[in-house]
Design a protein around this ligand. Structure first.
Ligand code: COA
Ligand code: MG
Length: 325
């Protein structure tokens, strides 16, 4: 281990994160009753400019009036380049009760963006006597944000999670796609010419680099990495495939932009019975190995060692968290 200890953000279930436009208050109670781990009420891109002020009022009222149960409740504010942002923070925090848990900062570009909002939130908390500290979730969705992702992740003790905003990221980097997430038929490789063999075309995952890069930055600062939206909500198989590949890389959850995606995300991001049983067997085998004075042993013909303990503990911890939720 490094001498540098990575402080972990408060543990929260983040398998599914439902987006709810602040301009559609009729959806709030439905979101509260859903099985999403996190709900974010949006003031940013799902709300038209003329509706921003009313959406803010809707959200202030809903934070207090709706029974959000055990859910983590978040507010997506507008970007720092707009004139909406300061009121999003000031009005909602000053006028709503203590129920809000997180603020989601879109298009985070530099550590100073987070610093600025931290300053504002800290002042409001002190002035109004709020007791529960608001946490931050940052969307990494611009070239600038990706370039500065490490500094953004470490910018405030309020930081809890990083999210990959695939559509804005595509626009910002000039990627040739108009889809919201998912693969692209032009991003692939053709197998070499081989005598007598048919050449095959393999689609690749054009989002592999940014998702992996964000995961590293998040984990190095003790934050949860979360995969963003998959726009085609009439394609559950496509959603599952996207969710699975991000889970395999280390993400803890994925957004749901429609209620039908919530259960899919919860299923992908909950370890299966078989995975949990395997993790427990690894822990038992390593406990025995340590009693026998060995650092590495074999289980089912495969090497397991000290690193396997950490992987298995992560899996068991997650299962216990889910069971307790
Ligand atoms: N939260 C809670 N409930 C929702 C919901 C949401 N985000 N989106 C839809 N519903 C409800 C509908 O009210 C409907 O309920 P009902 O069965 O009681 O009538 C049910 O789920 C099915 O919805 P459907 O008719 O298929 O969707 P829609 O046409 O009303 O809306 C979207 C589709 C995509 C416009 C809507 O889901 C949405 O706005 N999603 C969030 C988009 C967003 O916030 N984007 C920003 C982040 S990328
Ligand atoms: Mg965006």
């Amino acid at each position: 281990m490094s001498f540098t200890i990575v402080e972990q953000a408060p543990a929260r279930m983040n398998r599914s994160e439902l987006a709810v436009p602040g301009s559609r208050p009729e959806l709030f109670a439905k979101a509260a009753k859903s099985v999403a781990d996190v709900v974010f009420l949006d003031l940013e891109d799902s709300v038209a400019p003329d509706e921003k002020a009313q959406a803010r009022k809707n959200i202030v009222q809903a934070i207090g009036d709706v029974d959000w149960g055990e859910k983590t409740l978040s507010l997506r504010i507008n970007g720092l380049d707009t004139h909406y942002m300061y009121r999003d923070v000031v009005d909602v925090l000053e006028q709503s009760g203590e129920r809000l848990d997180l603020i989601m900062i879109p298009k985070a570009g530099t550590a100073a963006d987070i610093y600025a909002i931290d300053m504002l939130v800290t002042q409001i908390e002190a002035a109004t006597g709020r007791k529960k500290r608001i946490g931050f979730e940052m969307i990494i969705e611009t070239a600038l944000g990706m370039m500065n992702v490490d500094e953004i992740a470490a910018a405030s003790p309020r930081n809890e999670s990083l999210h990959f905003g695939v559509a804005d990221y595509a626009a910002s980097t000039g990627a040739r796609t108009t889809g919201i997430g998912g693969p692209h038929p032009d991003y692939g490789v053709l197998t070499d010419v081989e005598e007598g063999a048919e050449r095959r075309y393999h689609w690749g995952d054009m989002w592999h680099y940014p998702v992996s890069r964000m995961i590293v930055a998040a984990r190095a600062s003790g934050l949860r990495p979360v995969d963003g939206p998959f726009g085609d909500y009439s394609d559950p198989a496509g959603f599952q495939a996207q969710a699975r590949r991000a889970a395999v890389l280390g993400c803890e959850g994925k957004w749901a932009i429609h209620p039908s995606q919530i259960a899919l995300a919860n299923a992908v991001y909950s370890p299966s019975e078989a995975e949990i049983a395997k993790a427990r067997r690894i822990l038992e085998a390593m406990e025995q190995a340590q009693k026998d004075g060995k650092g590495a042993v074999s289980l089912d013909g495969k090497l397991i060692d000290i690193a396997s303990i950490k992987q298995a503990e992560h899996m068991v911890r997650l299962a216990e968290q889910i069971a307790g939720s």
